[in-house]
Design a protein around this ligand. Structure first.
Ligand code: MN
Length: 238
């Protein structure tokens, strides 16, 4: 059978060393650094023993931005940055709930990204007990760096994630402070969905989230290992 419309473009990320990574789904984790959970007013415990269940939400794959320009989104007066580690899965998960070792084997590599958030819409949704989609899952809401193969990054825990806006550091956190580390999150996700090659996971943000405005420049880093640069451009009609 013939497609009755042109096939939508496949979202892809560049890979350091060559090639591209086609993206299937974009999962996101909320409240994964205790200091950010506190600044958002959540009564979350930082200890692994008392952490409960992670918060998951999604962004559409076509919300990814791989160029340097991100347009200020419509329908908000409070666009926030959230710098995050991005995990890219290179294999389909085996059937069943993943243990930590199985989870680690799925990882292709890492990037850094911004979970851009229409905070005013998200806050209104939270207060009304409604889903977060309008606050989180909008066009151009997910700038992401190139992906770096996992072997080139090595151990994640000592790595420092940071974001500077207009040259001034706004957010920073050590990955050892993640409430749920990467295998933990893949284990939890595997209870909910079949994980597949091409899936991305935004791992949550440390404290310091704040507003972005047209003209701002962002530089997100995982140490000197991975960097994302982008600039917020004036709004355009959706
Ligand atoms: Mn986030």
């Amino acid at each position: 059978m013939t497609d009755v419309i042109p096939a939508p473009a496949q979202a892809r990320l560049a890979v350091r060393g060559g090639g591209t990574f086609p993206v299937r789904r974009v999962y996101c984790v909320g409240r994964n650094f205790a200091d950010h959970a506190r600044e958002m007013g959540a009564a979350v415990a930082a200890s692994k023993a008392t952490r409960g269940q992670p918060v998951f939400f999604m962004k559409p794959a076509d919300a990814l931005v791989t160029g340097e320009v991100v347009h200020y989104p419509p329908a908000t007066a409070d666009l926030h940055h959230e710098v995050e580690l991005v995990v890219a899965l290179g294999r389909d998960a085996p059937p069943g709930i993943l243990d930590r070792e199985q989870a680690a084997q799925l990882v292709f590599g890492y990037g850094v990204g911004l979970d851009l958030t229409r905070r005013d819409l998200q806050s209104a949704a939270k207060q009304a007990g409604l889903p977060w989609d309008t606050g989180k899952a909008f066009d151009e809401s997910a700038p992401v760096s190139e992906l770096v193969p996992a072997a080139a990054i090595g151990e994640l825990a000592p790595r420092r994630l940071s974001l500077a806006v207009n040259g001034e550091e706004r957010q920073a956190g050590l990955l050892s402070d993640l409430v749920w580390d990467v295998p933990d999150i893949l284990h939890e996700l595997s209870r909910l969905n079949a994980l597949r090659a091409g899936d991305l996971v935004f791992m949550g943000t440390p404290a310091g989230v704040a507003a972005l405005h047209p003209g701002d420049t962002c530089e997100a880093r995982l140490d000197d290992a991975i960097m994302l640069r982008c600039r917020i451009a004036a709004a355009r009609v959706p």
